[in-house]
Structures are given as C-alpha cells and as structure tokens.
Design a binder for this molecule. Structure first.
Ligand code: GLU
Length: 444
C-alpha cells in the first residue's frame, strides 16, 4: 500500500444532510487535504427503497456550496457483485452463517437474556441447525439473514479521538451483513470499499464505535488493511439535549436558505468540540492548515445554530461590493448607488437577507417616528430639507441650517431627525444614509 492518505465521506442518500453529517464530511476532507491525499465521496445506497436520487443531488449541492470538493464519487449500488464475492469468501472460510429467527423471536430472546441479567447478545442458535432444518426453515420463512461469526476475543484499536478502545467480541451480536431479501448491508459494503479503495483514515460519529469493532474483524478476515479510526462525539443542542430529533431542522440546505455563509459554518464546525478556539476563517486553506483531529475531545459537543449568525455577519463585513454584486443588483439597487449601499449596510446586517428591508426603506422611505414634543421641530426642519437626490454633504448642511433656525443642538437636534427619516433611533451614519434615501415620508 502506498502511504497516500485516502479518506471518504459516506452518506446514505436517505435524507438531507445536516450539521452532524457536515462534521464528519469536513473532518475527513481536511485530513485528506492537509496530507495532500485523496477525498472520496461515497454514496452508501445499497438500500434501494430508502435511497433517493434527489438526496444524492442534495448532498452534492450542499458540499459544493461549502467548497468541500471530492476527488471522485463511488456508489455502492454499482458495486454489489464485489460485496457478494466478499460474502462468498466469508462463507468459504466458515465465518458466515444463515439464521432464520423472526424479529419477534429475536426480541423475545433479548428480553429473556435481560431478565436473567445477561447482555442481549445473539445466542448463535442458528449455528446448530442441520442442513435439513435449514431447508425446512427456508421453505417456511424464505431465505434467512447472513451473520458474520465474530471471534470472541478483544478487538482493540488506537482511536484518533477516543484513544485506546477495546471491545470484547463476545459482548457483540454477530452482525447481520445480508438481509433476508438479499440486500447487502452497509457494514459489509463499507469494509469491502474501504479495503479496495485503500482508505487510510475513517472519521465518523461515535455511534459507530461498535460497528468499528465488528468491521475490524471482517477486514481482518478478508485480508484487508485496517485503517486508522477516529470517532467524533455526537452533537447536542445548546442545553445538552439530544439533537437527533432536531437535526431535520438543521439541514445544510435550510441553513443555506436562511442566509448562513458557508465560511461561518465551516469555521464553526472545524473547531467546535476541539480545544482550539472558533475563529472566522474565510479561506479553506486556513481551515486545512489549522485542523488537528487530536485536539478534539470525546465529550458530547454542544451546537447552537445561533452561533452561525455572528460569524456570518463578521464574514459579510470582510466583503467588497463586488463580492455581493448579484445580491445587491437583485434588489434593484441602481449601479451608481451599489457601493454606497453596501458600505452603509454591511455592518448592520446578519445575513444577506437583511439587505432587502434596508433597500425597501431607502427606496420607499421609512415610516417616520416623531415624538409629540418634536412635531413642530420636525415640521420646521422638513421645510429646510432640499429635494432628493441627496449627497454626502446633505446631512451636515441641513442639520446646520436646522440648528441655526431652531437653536437645537446635539442629541435633541439629531435624534428626532434621524427618527423622522429612518424610523429608527439607531443605524448607520446619517451622512452616508442620505445619498441612498430616495423618498422622505416625513415631508408629508
Ligand atoms: N453510510 C454510513 C452512515 O452514514 C457511513 C458510516 C461510515 O462512515 O462508515 O452512517
């Protein structure tokens, strides 16, 4: 085997991918890129009923949006004969056996074991079946499932995040690798792929730890090289609550539609749960450079989607008008006002979606806010305001004239005028706002 680093992201296309998947994808991607290696997008679509092309496309679109580029795509549904060949090898070496228990029977066995204080591990009853008994069961129930016969010895590996892991083979049920309907399960397919594709590092969620134990034994049985494994912690909500139910609402596609910047998402997810601080990184190269899997801890990691907003805002502040030209033009901002518009708004938005209301306000005028005690003052000031279009000097010249005419100064002068023109007590510098303001509703 060459010493080239090869990683893969292996989603099942049975739904939209979410922040938890992104964590897995990103870690594998960063490891490959940092090592100058290869990153494979592997579509785990051996389940024809649940896999959908729509989700395959969605996964690609999400990764492209984030700038996570894969070197090639593999699809498990196109590799079925390889999995069947591996299954045959396992049969030939007596590590694979057919079992016929129904789900109800298995459930009953588990309950009995638990009642007796025993771990609910499959009892291997099927190993005792004679050929005649199997034929009879097959005639009655159809084909059985195929289980891999684990060796009852300790399975150990040095995990890139968890450190030394040791699993007792006897404490795990012999995994089903082929279902009764002939469907190859991921556990086998993944081993065949990782071996054949020379995958050197596998990073995935800690829900796969037991899987890893069984997959190491299958790899060894098939003569493959066991890759380095690392299992990252699972994400929880901000209060430590399980995120699994809410993950649907944290689909990458929804975050994109909400205006979250990819740079914000990548900056957060490449550091969250590690001992390195979360910092905005606008370039992928910086993320690659600053990534170190050994800095990640095994404790559950709190994720708060709200954290993506300040990072997005910070990212937008780094952009020039040319970077947002399409978004600005789409609002109908005239070309000659685009730069001014962006300079005024970029420090006052969280996402690009916030630009729309700003332009509406500038183009149509804001509903004035005028306190009772300022009514006469504002009316008088409006008579001194020249007609639009305004320019960068309008505010200064106008407020000087109003000051002269009314004797007001400081906050008492500026605040009522700002509120009358923008409807808000706070906001960008009024000298910069004036050239954008097309309509002044307070003028009556
Ligand atoms: N398709 C599997 C999953 O999404 C892949 C796990 C792995 O990375 O091996 O859970």
């Amino acid at each position: 085997m060459s010493d080239k680093t090869i990683t893969r992201f292996a989603p099942s296309p049975t739904g939209w991918i979410h922040v938890g998947n992104l964590r897995t994808a990103l870690m594998n991607y960063l490891i490959a890129r940092k090592a100058g290696g290869e990153f494979i997008l592997r579509i785990d679509d051996t389940d024809p009923n649940r896999s959908k092309e729509e989700y395959v496309d969605g996964i690609k679109r999400d990764l492209e949006w984030l700038g996570i580029h894969w070197d090639r795509v593999e699809r498990q549904s196109l590799r079925l004969e390889k999995y069947h060949a591996a299954a045959q090898e396992l049969r030939d070496m007596d590590r694979f056996y057919e079992a016929f228990e129904t789900p109800t029977e298995l459930d009953l066995k588990r309950k009995k074991q638990l009642n007796m204080g025993k771990p609910p591990v499959y009892d291997r009853a099927a190993l005792a079946l004679s050929d005649d008994e199997k034929a009879a069961l097959r005639a009655e129930r159809g084909d059985g499932v195929w289980r891999f016969k684990l060796k009852h010895e300790r399975i150990v590996w040095n995990d890139g995040i968890l450190g030394d892991v040791s699993i007792d083979g006897a404490s795990v049920s012999d995994p089903v690798l082929i279902r009764g309907d002939g469907q190859i399960l991921y556990t086998l397919a993944s081993v065949v792929d990782d071996t054949e594709m020379g995958v050197t590092h596998v990073v995935r969620g800690s829900d796969h730890v037991t899987n890893t134990g069984t997959q190491i034994q299958i790899m060894q049985a098939l003569g493959g090289t066991v890759p380095s494994f690392a299992h990252h912690s699972l994400l929880t909500g901000p209060q430590g609550e399980a995120l699994s139910k809410r993950l649907g609402t944290l689909a990458l596609k929804d975050l994109r539609e909400a205006g979250i910047a990819p740079q914000a998402l990548l900056s957060l997810m490449s550091r969250l749960g590690s001992s390195d601080p979360v910092e905005l990184r606008t370039e992928m190269d910086a993320l690659i450079e600053g990534f170190d899997i050994s800095r990640f801890g095994s404790a559950p990691t709190k994720f708060d989607a709200e954290d993506l907003k300040p990072l997005t805002a910070k990212y937008l502040q780094t952009l020039d008008v040319a970077d947002v030209a399409d978004a600005v033009a789409a609002l109908g901002v005239p070309d000659d006002l685009a730069t001014q518009f962006w300079n005024v708004t970029r420090d006052n938005i969280t996402t690009l979606h916030d630009l729309g209301p700003w332009w509406t306000m500038f183009a149509n005028g804001a509903e004035p806010v005028i306190d009772d005690e300022d009514r006469d003052f504002v009316a008088q000031a409006m008579t001194l305001l020249p007609d639009a279009p305004f320019d960068g000097d309008t505010w200064g010249a106008w407020t000087s004239a109003v000051k002269e005419a009314t004797g007001r100064k400081g906050k008492g002068l500026f605040m009522p005028l700002r509120k009358a023109l923008t409807g808000q007590a706070h906001g960008p510098d009024m000298s910069a706002v004036m050239p954008l303001l097309q309509v002044v509703k307070a003028r009556g």
